[in-house]
Design a protein around this ligand. Structure first.
Ligand code: ADP
Ligand code: MG
Length: 730
């Protein structure tokens, strides 16, 4: 039965054709933002005064006056009803890595026996929900369960299907954040204040600094029918067993290769849906591993970009099913080939210019550039352990350090030119002798090819935090993560470095130092101070691991132990100083992180144990019985000596199967026992550490034997789709 099912699904997957995509008749520039209550819609649906106020809130971060909420809600309702909308929901990002929503209809009694569509300001501004059923790390116990969602007017509302979606922050009755967005917004405010104060040293007119985020989302697609035949994928998002496919990514033929037709239809579909929702999708391509792809929009303001990434991930999952795919966002769905990350391109701009942009000719511009580079690195250096914790998860841990992604050590690449500039400032205390080359021309000696411009830095794909000309690329994030986790840590850390920079410059100036001299003095100290985090070499090499340890960088690799960084004194005081999170909130969040880690490994261990005992062992035993039967029959029909000779191979295989089977059975039992012991540990941290140290290793050890059996047992009987089937079907 099992084998029939497998042949049926594999066959199905081969026969599939691209799904017809609903393509709008207008151009992308026309349908962009069609389902978003953006400025254009606001202008049409809101009274002039309310429109001006909303612009001030959205563009300048002005406080929102509750009194205009009724008028905004009325305008939103009219716009939404014109689109056929009947429901609304507060849309928030609890600490589950996903989003949450509870829909309510617009309908209300009209008190005359009929119904009307109603939506008031108070429903837009806040809602109450049950805080205790979301991860809360003990902040809410079930008997005092109130949680609130509050409208975030800086991320515009949008429509999906028949529902008006309202981006909100989520917090408890006592004011603690229960989501990612509230602390992210606080971190963005902190860096705005700190960076504005520093930018004003160079450009007195600057009033605001904006953080930009451009994410690049990697993902895998697998055929949906094959997905359903893999209980491990369904339950955990990754395959817990499966021998390498003979061909996988060794030919480098998938990266930027021609996009398969079925996948291209899927990409077109998600891009259209995303553009309609105001997500500025721009780039799509094949990634390194077979069946792996990437999507990247144009960068946006950080808070909006985070919302758009969350929305994009849900669009991808939903639309994939329409195309007969499952979209895998797990960081490591398949062993032995690349996993998926989510590079976060991060930069700062003022209301008048760009802060990380290659410097110009004036000393002022050069000093501004050096200041922001150096203080960014200072934030990253002082909190390198925290930044690693901010991207760490049970699933991303499989990806980091496996020669496909940066190692589990945070360092920063600056490139030759910028490194030279910093050395020069540190050595001479000025930038006078340096002209910073922008792009330089290069001729290819092929007459028909025009001259091209070469960047002043090469790429370094082994660095977790690389400077790329006008931004840093934080490359260590996992594909499944909410970017807010890393962005709130990075922005707070840099805000703290910038705050201290401005304070130290001010102190020197108060003592009579001229502004420029004071800036250079502080910079010289900081350039020397940040040396350990600056590394332009090969981050994948073993020497780097040793060198990083000598430099005192955080080299811990155990996920639950890495989370300890959140509760370091220096981390807690930084978050409290920058008013982003309190010790209590950080403690609660860590409880959730440890708990989540434990649950994920627990689920993996359970499903893996089941698969071993209910799928693998019965099938390998059955195959072994057939071989034994064959040996007996050979003995019946051949003389003893000949029978012995020709059944020798089968006897060897029979023995191998026995060895693998007994290893698997014995170790599944030991794994169950290790789980029981770990489950009895009270302290959530210690329980997570026990799962990491004593349960997770069984998954790898047992898998080796299962994967060997996969190669021995008759293909027709093997119950699970293999890597070569999962990875090559479009
Ligand atoms: P790569 O070649 O590194 O894979 P991609 O083209 O896939 O680059 O993605 C680059 C991302 O960086 C895009 O989201 C792009 O909008 C973003 N980006 C470009 N410039 C900036 C900037 N100044 N600040 C933040 N993000 C930026
Ligand atoms: Mg890219």
């Amino acid at each position: 039965m099992a084998s029939k099912l497998r042949f049926k699904v594999v066959g199905d997957a081969f026969e599939k054709r691209p799904v017809e995509v609903e393509v709008p008749s207008e151009r992308p520039s026309d349908y962009f933002g069609k389902y978003v209550f953006n400025k254009r819609q606001m202008y049409q649906y809101l009274p002039a005064k309310v429109f001006d106020k909303m612009c001030d809130v959205m563009e300048h971060g002005a406080p929102l006056d509750r009194s205009i909420a009724d008028e905004v809600a009325e305008g939103m309702k009219k716009w939404a009803i014109d689109l056929g909308v009947t429901h609304y929901t507060h849309w928030f990002q609890p600490l589950t890595e996903g989003t949450a929503e509870k829909h309510d209809g617009f309908v209300e009694h009209d008190m005359k026996g009929g119904m009307i569509e109603a939506f008031e300001g108070k429903l837009l501004v806040q809602q109450e929900s049950d805080g205790s059923s979301f991860p809360n790390g003990g902040i809410r116990s079930t008997f005092e369960a109130r949680g609130y969602t509050a409208w975030d007017p800086t991320s515009p509302v949008f429509v999906i299907g028949d529902t008006l979606m309202i981006p909100t922050v989520f917090f408890s009755y006592t004011g603690e954040a229960l989501d990612y967005k509230a602390p992210l917004k606080k971190a963005l405010f902190a860096i705005d204040c700190a960076a504005t104060a520093v930018a004003q040293l160079f450009y007195p007119d600057v009033k605001k600094v904006r953080t930009n985020l451009g994410w690049e989302q990697e993902y895998f697609l697998v055929d949906e029918s094959l997905y359903w035949a893999r209980p491990d994928l369904v339950m955990t998002g990754r395959t817990l067993m499966g021998h390498d496919s003979a061909k996988n990514q060794q030919m480098d033929d998938h990266y930027l290769g021609a996009i398969p037709e079925r996948v291209e239809a899927f990409m077109r579909d998600i891009e259209i849906r995303a553009l309609e929702l105001g997500i500025p999708c721009k780039t799509r391509h094949n990634e390194v591993a077979p069946n792996q792809f990437e999507l990247a929009p144009i960068f946006e303001e950080c808070n909006l970009a985070v919302d758009h990434n969350m929305l994009m991930m849900s669009i991808m999952k939903r639309v994939a099913r329409k195309h007969g795919f499952r979209c895998l966002l797990h960081e490591k769905p398949f062993k032995g080939i690349n996993g998926s990350g989510k590079h976060n391109n991060w930069s700062l701009t003022t209301d008048t210019g760009i802060l990380l942009h290659a410097p110009g000719k004036s000393t002022n511009d050069n000093l501004r550039f050096v200041t922001f580079i150096v203080e960014t690195l200072k934030g990253v250096y002082d909190h390198n352990g925290l930044l690693k914790a901010s991207i760490m998860s049970a699933s991303n841990a499989h990806r980091l350090g496996a020669n496909e992604a940066p190692p589990a050590i945070i360092s920063s690449f600056l490139g030759h030119t910028v490194s030279e500039l910093l050395n020069h400032v540190a050595e001479y205390g000025n930038d006078e002798f340096l002209t910073y080359a922008g792009k330089t021309p290069m001729r290819l000696d092929i007459p028909s090819i025009p001259e091209i411009l070469i960047d002043n830095t090469d790429r370094n794909r082994t660095s977790p935090f690389a400077f790329t000309g006008n931004r840093f690329e934080f490359r260590a994030l996992g594909s499944e993560a909410n970017c807010a986790s890393a962005m709130l840590a990075l922005n707070t850390a840099v805000a703290d470095a910038l705050t201290s920079f401005r304070q130290r410059v001010d102190e020197l100036m108060e003592k009579g130092e001229a502004k420029e001299a004071a800036i250079i003095k502080v910079l010289c100290d900081d350039i020397r101070y940040i040396q350990p985090i600056h590394f332009d070499g090969n981050g994948y090499s073993d020497e780097w691991r040793e060198e990083a340890a000598r430099r005192g960088l955080d080299c811990e690799t155990s996920c639950p132990v890495i989370y300890d960084n959140y509760l370091n004194e220096s981390t807690v005081s930084m978050f409290e100083r920058q008013k982003v999170m309190t010790r209590f909130e950080l403690e609660a969040r860590n409880e959730i992180k440890w708990e989540t880690y434990t649950k994920r490994v627990q689920i993996e261990a359970r499903i893996f144990g089941d698969l071993c005992m209910n799928h693998v062992i019965p099938v390998s035993t059955k195959y072994q019985s057939a071989l034994i039967d064959n040996v007996h029959k050979l003995r019946e029909i051949f003389p003893a000596e000949k029978a012995e000779k020709i059944s020798a191979d089968n006897l060897r295989i029979i023995e191998q199967i026995s060895d693998h089977n007994s290893f698997i059975i014995e170790n599944v039992e030991r794994m169950v026992e290790a789980r029981k012991v770990a489950n009895r540990i009270e302290c959530v941290r210690d329980r997570a550490v026990a799962y990491h140290d004593t349960v997770a290793p069984f998954l790898e050890q047992i898998r080796v034997h299962v994967d060997k059996l996969e190669q021995i047992v008759d293909d027709e009987q093997w119950p699970l789709p293999k890597y070569r089937e999962l990875l090559f079907i479009h």
